[in-house]
Design a protein around this ligand. Structure first.
Ligand SMILES: NC(=O)c1ccc[n+]([C@@H]2O[C@H](COP(=O)([O-])OP(=O)(O)OC[C@H]3O[C@@H](n4cnc5c(N)ncnc54)[C@H](O)[C@@H]3O)[C@@H](O)[C@H]2O)c1
Ligand SMILES: O=C(O)[C@H](O)COP(=O)(O)O
Length: 528
């Protein structure tokens, strides 16, 4: 039974989903904050379910020997070292929509809190001071809201702001004019947004390009009296520069839910009278937490139990309906890749995967990842479908896909793999029959028909009489039982191949004796 560790404060609904799906879920909501303890136990789990409090570093992943999937019950995966996870073959998935409305509502609430100084007025009133003249607010209506990042959350904020009769300008290089029109927002460049906005709200992910997007220089270009809301990520705004701009009165107020350092116990913004802070509460409603917990538990279970992949940030999706149909072709691609990889002795320069017929319309990215996995595994034991494309890229191996939807052969689907190594190119092809079993149907342009078996012998020989008898005799003398025997040749008396499944591992001595048969050019033991 797969084991999942829940190391953050996910809704307990997730535990029930895992249990119902037959997965052992260990609910330890405070464990994620203790990196040493997490590192000590992570090796026992197949899945890790987190929110933002668990930092999954490369060091923690070093001990994650069983880990197959990290599920983020939420949106941002910047607390996960995704390249390190990918390198170890671990899927990282999130729930990209489950908390969007809730977070957008928090941003709107923060905007109102700033405009009417509600937290400050509340504190003053409850302290017994009736300071009616101290808290003079501003109206939201007809003000210009500048939305930086108009994706899922930014678009909801924009929609709500239009409903509040605000003018909305948005800076997002990926926002299409059609989408802007639908949302009722004006698409502008960042400079124009900074110049025009009365309130700025950030909704971009944290990337190298967005880090410090509101730098000291950018803040200096904003309208005097601007208010700034950040419910996206700490580090998007230069906090020290913002504090200086608040102190000088250039910025009238700031409402922050996220901080450069979290948990934020100290921060340059703290203590300023026009600052409102919440402790990363953007996603914290019962509705959003139930959404993301249920979704992440289902997604993780689908992957651990069926191989279905949804919302992975480091692998293409494979739907639950698609997974069973894809499975035999994944096996075929991996086995063909493995066959050629086992024959390859020189460094691999390129891997080309050709898809013909119905398979060309399937999820070929997953199949290609499987083929590359097979090809690399003879050299790198730990590689899997998640890590293989990255491992190949890092080694300068060019991976290429060719698709022909019209089947050129007798098969409904055909996969051919060509491995270009420094010594020579090698290729083999195969298909999946009705029985769901992958078969190799072509090796070196020679037609053959063989199933894959755990132990096989591959022989290249001259098509001359006497070979099969001697070969069979050697196997018999060595006590090796033959399970299946497939032969092929390019023409009578030409090049021939022989692909034989045997019941046990083949010794190097037996292979050497096979290679001594006069017709044999090459004999190799291969395993699947
Ligand atoms: N405070 C919270 O609790 C909370 C909750 C949920 C999400 N978030 C954060 O909110 C942010 C937005 O989430 P989302 O779901 O809307 O993401 P999203 O991917 O749907 O939208 C992000 C948008 O930013 C745009 N973008 C990317 N780079 C940009 C750049 N350099 N300049 C301008 N725009 C750029 C993208 O085109 C995209 O439209 C993320 O950082 C997420 O982690 C915070
Ligand atoms: O990216 C997110 O989904 C938010 O930052 C929410 O984080 P949380 O799950 O830790 O509240």
């Amino acid at each position: 039974m797969p084991r999942v560790l829940i190391s953050d404060a996910l809704s307990p609904a997730a535990v029930q989903i895992f249990k119902d799906r037959g997965i052992d879920a260990d609910f330890q909501p405070d464990l994620g904050k203790d990196r040493d303890r997490l590192a000590a136990v992570i090796g026992d789990y197949d899945g890790l379910a987190i929110r933002s409090a668990t930092k999954v570093t490369a060091k923690i992943l070093e001990g994650a020997v069983r880990l197959k999937v990290i599920g983020r019950a939420g949106i941002g995966v910047d607390n996960v070292d995704v390249p390190a996870a990918t390198g170890r073959g671990v899927i990282v998935m999130n729930t990209p929509f489950g908390n969007s409305i809730t977070t957008a509502e928090h941003a709107i609430a923060m905007m109102f809190a700033l405009a009417r100084q509600i937290p400050q007025a509340d504190a003053s009133t409850q302290a017994g001071r009736w300071e009616k003249n101290r808290f003079m607010g501003v109206e939201i209506t007809a003000k210009t809201l500048g939305v930086i990042g108009c994706g899922n959350i930014g678009a909801i904020v924009a929609d709500r702001a239009v409903g509040l009769r605000m003018r909305v300008v948005a800076y997002d290089p990926y926002l299409t004019p059609e989408r802007a029109l639908t949302l009722g927002v004006e698409k502008v460049e960042l400079d124009e947004l900074l110049r025009r906005a009365d309130i700025i709200t950030l909704h971009v992910p944290m990337t190298d390009r967005t880090r410090n997007i509101l730098s000291a220089e950018a803040i200096a270009r904003t309208k005097r009296g601007v208010r700034i809301v950040n419910c996206a990520r700490g580090g998007l705004v230069d906090e020290a520069a913002l504090r200086a701009a608040l102190d000088s009165g250039h910025v009238a107020g700031a409402a922050f839910d996220v901080f450069a350092m979290e948990p934020a116990t100290e921060n340059p913004l703290f203590g300023h009278p026009n600052v409102v802070c919440t402790p990363h509460l953007g996603a914290s409603t019962s509705e959003a937490q139930e959404n993301v917990a249920l979704q992440v538990a289902d997604q993780m279970s689908d992957y651990l139990l069926q191989g279905a992949i949804q919302n992975a940030v480091n692998f293409p999706s494979i739907s639950a309906e698609e997974a069973p149909r894809l499975k035999p072709f994944v096996a075929l691609a991996e086995k063909l890749g493995s066959f050629l990889g086992q024959l390859t002795e020189a460094p691999i320069k390129g891997i080309r995967i050709e898809y013909e017929g119905a398979v060309a319309g399937m999820n070929t990215r997953a199949l290609t990842a499987a083929a590359v996995t097979g090809a690399l595994r003879p050299f790198l034991q730990d590689v899997n479908m998640v890590s293989a494309p990255v491992v190949a890229r890092d080694r300068g191996i060019v991976v290429e896909e060719v698709k022909r939807e019209n089947a050129a052969r007798d098969y409904e689907s055909f996969i051919r793999i060509v491995i270009d190594a420094e010594d020579m190119p090698r290729h083999a092809g195969g298909t999946v029959f009705q029985d769901g079993k992958p078969r190799v149907t072509e090796i070196r342009d020679i037609a053959v028909d063989a199933e894959f078996a755990p132990h096989m012998i591959y022989v290249r020989n001259a098509d001359q009489p006497g070979f099969i008898g001697r070969f069979g005799m050697l196997l018999g003398e060595a006590g090796v039982n033959v399970a299946t025997f497939a032969l092929g040749r390019d023409r009578p008396g030409g090049d021939a191949i022989c692909f034989v499944a045997v019941d046990e591992a083949v010794s190097p001595e037996l292979l050497a004796r096979i290679e001594e048969i006069p017709q044999v050019k090459r004999a190799r033991a291969v395993r699947f």
